[in-house]
Write a protein that binds this ligand. Structure first.
Ligand SMILES: Nc1ncnc2c1ncn2[C@@H]1O[C@H](COP(=O)(O)OP(=O)(O)O)[C@@H](O)[C@H]1O
Ligand SMILES: [Mg+2]
Length: 507
């Protein structure tokens, strides 16, 4: 029986087909940086093929448990003994039920051991039950890492062994591996090499691109096409997909990813009677048994103090503490609020290490500081925070910020993804101010990395997007021109050290 499931669309609008029977024999590898749409792709594949084939999902984040409502997958929690897990896996094969093994909440080593026990249980099923099963492993580099280090050697061997069995020796037993990874270079080579079908999504790093090119038998220049793929866009190749590299757009899904990570939520406006709310106990509280009252542990005191105190009539320790002064609620004008906000932002950004922290971490810090300073009103959102951070870091002054040219810069920056804003604005500011072109090290810092190579690649990326033109003067110094701004930096040495480098290295 030949079943072609519909994965989405080709460039012309035709359906992109995946031959399930062929897939069972030839396995699939999905590769793409985080956020490229791999889990979405796996979900599309699982949903479309659910009526046709038994499925097992090894799910590190507990994302796929939502398949159970619509498609009846049994959810197996990975927090069990290895013997239990392999027993369940065995019965899964015998009864031909689809399932999701969720490893959410386990630490990495436990996840590896649980996945290994489960996969081995599937693998060791009796010959009578070697029916075909799609075995989907998301974030496969966790289970088949190319190098050791993070976990015990024992756990690594066990997990890698199970993944190798799945990909190299599973076929005869009906197991068809479908594995997804963010980084090909982090996935054990023998595991990747056994897949004959590929779906390649956005890939940023040269080393992953080179590995992808090798696997697909492309030359490395051709593999450059993976660099600029958008979310949900993949290049398909292999006997179950297409004989030639074929760009496809993955279609919609019916179930939703259950996001297990906490999302930032703006705080509600503080109610007027906040003190009342907090300090008035609910009637039921009096009915509840008192739990142990926590007292602060007193600091050790010198014996002489204690003796002196005992000789006084009322020990100082028993005297009531002076009540804390109430903080009055402040009314701020829009400008005052903005001023305080900027003060908090610069406190955070003045720390040289802040360049190497993620925006989410900085934002948390910002929220806390803003509350400590009693900034009234709703706090700014994460994306607004990111944008302000990028602008603040670019070092633009008030005059330039008010100029038409800067407005153009900001509108151009809308086409640049969040993580590249900082670099883009810094370069644009240098061009508008006719300053020397920032060095690789400076660009790297603006991107939050120490890698100069990465910095150069960012410029290459902007150039491909048509945002900048990079050229050199006769002494080899670099100039970056912005055609839309009719402006360019003055020549700057690409190799010059970053101003703060010495300081950062010393920390
Ligand atoms: N083809 C697509 N169509 C619509 N939304 C998509 C598509 N691919 C990914 N997304 C959305 O993009 C986000 C990131 O996708 P995800 O599959 O989680 O990426 P990855 O697993 O590669 O990190 C998710 O919110 C997902 O719903
Ligand atoms: Mg994912």
């Amino acid at each position: 029986m030949q079943v072609g499931i519909d994965m989405g669309n080709l460039a012309g609008g035709d359906a992109a087909k995946l031959d399930i029977e062929e897939l069972l024999a030839t396995r699939l590898l999905v590769q793409g940086n985080s956020g490229s749409g791999k889990s979405h792709l796996l979900r599309r594949l699982l949903e479309q093929s659910a009526p046709w084939v038994q499925q097992v999902v090894i799910d590190p984040e507990g994302d796929f448990v939502t398949l159970s409502d619509k498609f009846g997958h049994v959810v197996v929690d990975g927090e069990r003994t290895e013997a239990e897990l392999s027993g369940i896996a065995n019965r899964i094969r015998r009864n031909r039920v689809s399932c999701v093994l969720t490893l959410e909440g386990l630490d990495l080593e436990e996840q590896m051991r649980a996945a290994a026990a489960f996969l081995n249980g599937l693998f060791d099923a009796d010959r009578d039950f070697w029916y075909p099963v799609l075995v989907v492993v998301d974030e496969a580099q966790m289970f088949a890492p190319s190098v050791g280090g993070d976990v015990s050697e024992d756990a690594r061997k066990m997990s890698l062994g199970a993944m190798t069995n799945l990909m190299c020796r599973g076929r005869k037993r009906g197991l068809a591996g479908v594995i997804a990874t963010q980084r090909l270079a982090k996935l054990a080579k023998n595991v990747a090499a056994e897949a004959s079908n590929f779906l390649m999504g956005r890939t940023f790093l040269d080393i992953d691109m080179a590995r992808a090119a090798d696997l697909l038998g492309m030359d490395r220049r051709q593999a450059e096409m993976f660099r600029d793929l958008k979310r949900g866009n993949f290049v398909a190749l292999g006997p179950a997909l297409s004989r030639r590299p074929l760009p496809i757009v993955i279609g919609a899904v019916e179930t939703s990813a259950r996001s297990s990570s906490p999302k930032l939520m703006p705080l509600p406006d503080a109610p007027q009677d906040v003190e009342d709310l907090i300090f008035t106990p609910d009637p039921e509280e009096f009915a509840r048994p008192l739990t142990a009252v926590r007292r602060p542990t007193p600091a050790p005191r010198p014996t002489t103090d204690i003796l002196a105190e005992l000789s006084r009539s009322t020990p100082a320790i028993m005297q009531p503490a002076p009540s804390e002064p109430r903080v009055p609620v402040v009314e701020l004008s829009e400008e005052e609020r903005e001023e305080r906000l900027m003060a908090v932002m610069s406190e955070i950004l003045d720390d040289p290490q802040s360049a190497y922290r993620t925006d989410a971490v900085l934002y948390q810090d910002f929220l806390v500081r803003a509350r400590m300073r009693r900034l009234p009103g709703a706090p700014i959102s994460l994306s607004d925070f990111r944008r302000r951070t990028a602008i603040a870091r670019s070092g633009v002054d008030a005059t330039m910020a008010a100029s038409d040219a800067w407005a153009t810069v900001l509108s151009l920056s809308n086409g640049v993804s969040d993580d590249l804003q900082g670099v883009f604005l810094m370069m644009a500011k240098a061009a508008l101010g006719a300053e020397p072109c920032p060095s690789d090290a400076r660009i790297a810092r603006a991107y939050g990395t120490h890698s100069a190579r990465r910095a150069r690649r960012l410029l290459g990326y902007f150039e491909e997007q048509g945002l900048i033109v990079v050229h050199t003067d006769f002494t080899g110094k670099r100039i970056v021109a912005f055609p839309d701004l009719q402006a360019e930096t003055t020549p700057g040495s690409a190799e010059a050290p970053d101003g703060d480098d010495a300081k950062i290295a010393a920390e």
